[in-house]
Design a binder for this molecule. Structure first.
Ligand SMILES: [Zn+2]
Length: 168
């Protein structure tokens, strides 16, 4: 498992100057450290995690988004979701794992699973701004796994895009 802090720091909980600086500079935060420690522990007993690269986390309300490098989402979600369940229990938060990407449709699909993401429309507003409109299945309007306000916030943080959401 590739983690943003050194192994010795995660093992001992005593941070070296390099890891301390990452938090002090705001590149990473205390949540990232807590998650990295737990993922480090889990990776010791779960060899399936060896190729997963944890980048950073985003906290929105009681939800924690774990951003990993693209390609290994299956390994971290694991057989029957054991790893995520363990992590969620330990941190006492809801967890979603997202592969780092600027592709709004892909990030939204990971974020909102099992809700169906139909597509994205580019909308030209009268004032000249351009927004991306995310089209979701009507049947999920009342049972979206994450509130639409949080979805917009998370998509902006991950992809840098302002997204509008419609159900159809
Ligand atoms: Zn360190």
């Amino acid at each position: 498992m590739e983690l943003p802090f050194c192994e010795i720091c995660l093992k001992t909980g005593m941070l070296c100057p390099g890891c301390t600086a990452k938090i002090k500079d705001g590149e990473l935060n205390d949540n990232d450290l807590e998650i990295a420690k737990e993922l480090y522990r889990l990776s010791q007993e779960n060899k399936g995690l060896k190729d997963v690269k944890f980048k950073r986390s985003i906290k929105v309300g009681n939800l924690i988004i774990i951003l990993i490098e693209a390609g290994e989402i299956g390994s971290i979600i694991g057989k029957g979701g054991n790893v995520i369940r363990g992590l969620s229990k330990k941190l006492n938060k809801k967890i979603r794992v997202i592969e780092e990407s600027k592709d709004v449709k892909k990030v939204a699909s990971d974020l909102l699973y099992p809700a169906k993401v139909y597509g994205i429309n580019i909308v030209y507003m009268p004032d000249g701004t351009i927004i991306k409109r995310l089209r979701l299945g009507k049947e999920f309007e009342r049972k979206l796994p994450i509130a639409t306000k949080s979805v917009k916030e998370i998509l902006l943080l991950i992809t840098g895009e302002n997204v509008d959401i419609v159900f159809e």
